[in-house]
Design a binder for this molecule. Sequence first.
Ligand SMILES: [Zn+2]
Ligand SMILES: [Zn+2]
Length: 256
Amino acid sequence: MRFTSLGSGSAGNCLVVEQASTRLLLDCGFGERETIKRLQKIALTPDDITGILITHEHDDHAKGAFKFAAKFNIPMWLSHGTRRMTERYLPKNTQPVINVIDNHTHFVIEGIQITPYPVPHDAREPTQFIFTDGQCKLGVLTDTGHSTPHIEQVLSGCDALVLECNHDVTMLQKGPYSYALKQRVGGRLGHLDNASAARLLSKLDNSKLKHIVAAHLSVKNNTQYLAKQALSQVLNCEDDWIGIATQKEGFDWRSL
Ligand SMILES: [Zn+2]
Ligand SMILES: [Zn+2]
């Protein structure tokens, strides 16, 4: 199994998980042309995509997904709440095939086993995912306002983690956002800050961890240096061992 990102942040998210010839997109917040362009950079076309999973209805995760799925005949998987809240994105003519999932029930897509789990975020039924080929386990967590015992339980023992490091609390407080936006981003249903991500990481079994990538970094309220520092302190590793998913480039393939 291997994974890569086409881009991560408030302007669009898309993660690719591959096991043999099965390739899943986790979220698709880019428009059609941009998604195709970014897929081309990793030598893939829309026809190579087996399915699209959507975490929640926010534009940076769901905006481009439905038209893309309909046009290229790619089935989708999402929670009931996300389904309800994304009706506005549905194309008029051709509809994509949508599989509604329960976010406490495992499912399988052509050899990739998927464990969905609910997270606290200001969306209708936000869901994050763990992927496994039966041997290796990739955990993904972005767009969560805080951690929960359930999150800590499901993310424990991963071989790879993609973990939100949205902001540095001080940078957010002193930064350019309006009071209301600061409250939203920093709130219990907002986004995970570096220190909270580090605290969560410290509670996990990291004995198998081979990759960790900080994701969904705010351009205005965080730096790569601060995110890397927060996570490397927990793992007692070099800063450079912590990967960063950027808005422009995402990150390169990582194999498990
Ligand atoms: Zn987001
Ligand atoms: Zn969100």
